[in-house]
Design a protein around this ligand. Structure first.
Ligand SMILES: [Ca+2]
Length: 335
């Protein structure tokens, strides 16, 4: 057999890949906003929908479902769950809210507008976190698995084991589906796993250590749990069980500066235009220009912008000259 046969070469690549496998990249966070959160609410499920926060709360005798005002945390709508049920993860799909229960093997289905109970579905595991990918419900039960379920019958369609490198990740808790990834709280930790839902592999970790002052928390159960995402404005919210605060955060790589913005657009002479691009909060950005994209040195001196953490816009006010037809945005670093 030739020493470079595909089989041996593949095995070599696998071995080599295992040896040099990079550690899973880790992100840190910045708090953009802080909002009041009911410190008596044992948060087990959290979503954002049409301007409001919806929360499933746990504990026997205190479980239920609430619609909350984001800015004030005030309860706008409330439904109590019977005292023999312990509320867990929840999600909203096709006008219905699904709420898991911990050990009662029951998923309640409500009308998302009225909170009227529409159905009660059964499953055979514990219930922890719940989200959806637009077609299927995605559930956790405290093990290493993500379960994909039929939203009509709750039947298990498939499951995937969550792995970080070669190691299984247990205690998968509250979930949120964001840009094709499943973001998952890990029970007893301050970290969120960003999971590839096809392979189960953890793409990145988000470390939320120190996001809340521990003196504001009561007891060992007062843990980070609850991820909500507003897709319309790309806002991410997190809170915890019995936490007095709900945080709006942005995340970015822990090590080094955020990657340089590489937007490069050819301009049309005489036509003003805007650059819109995602920014990191309190980072400085500058417009630079060049006559072509062949590696020529970009020249600066253009408009400066301080990032907000959202999508920001740099405007080219004056018409570009014939010698500066290409524009890019340079990341200058923290302000
Ligand atoms: Ca969630």
């Amino acid at each position: 057999m030739h020493p470079f046969s595909p089989l041996i070469f593949s095995a070599f690549l696998c071995l080599f890949g295992a040896v040099i496998r990079a550690q899973t990249p880790e992100d840190t966070y910045q708090v953009i906003n802080s909002f009041p959160h009911n410190a008596s609410s044992f948060t087990q499920g959290l979503i954002y929908h049409n301007g409001f926060i919806y929360e499933s709360r746990g504990l026997y005798g205190s479980s239920g479902l609430r619609k909350l005002d984001l800015e004030t945390g005030a309860t706008l709508q409330n439904r109590v769950v019977g005292s023999s049920f312990f509320g867990e993860g929840m999600t909203l799909l096709n006008g219905k809210i699904y709420q898991l229960t911990w050990r009662e093997r029951t998923a309640f289905v409500y009308d998302a507008d009225t909170f009227d109970l529409l159905d009660a579905l059964s499953y055979t595991t514990e219930g922890w976190g719940l989200t959806h990918n637009g077609q299927e419900l995605i559930m956790s039960d405290g093990s290493q698995y993500l379960y994909f379920r039929d939203p009509e019958t709750f039947a298990e369609l498939r499951r995937v084991a969550v792995r970080d490198g070669g190691s299984l990740v247990d205690d998968i808790n509250e979930l949120e589906y964001i840009h094709g990834e499943v973001w998952a709280n890990i029970w007893l930790s301050d970290r969120i796993a960003r999971i590839n839902p096809i392979t189960g592999e953890v793409n990145r970790w988000v470390d939320l250590t120190d996001i809340i002052d521990p003196s504001l928390l009561s007891g060992s159960q007062s843990l980070l749990n609850g991820i909500a995402y507003d897709a319309a404005t790309d806002r991410l919210f997190v809170t915890g069980k019995l936490w007095p605060t709900l945080f709006e955060v942005v995340t970015h790589p822990l090590d080094g500066s955020p990657p340089s913005t590489t937007l490069s657009l050819p301009a049309t002479q005489g036509v003003p235009f805007d650059f819109s691009f995602p920014t990191f909060r309190d980072f400085r950005y500058r417009l630079v220009t060049a006559s072509d994209l062949s590696g020529a040195t970009w020249s600066g001196g253009g408009a400066l912008l301080i990032g907000t953490g959202y999508s920001d816009t740099l405007s080219v006010v004056s018409a570009p000259s014939a010698s500066n037809l290409f524009y890019s945005v340079e990341t200058l670093g923290p302000n």
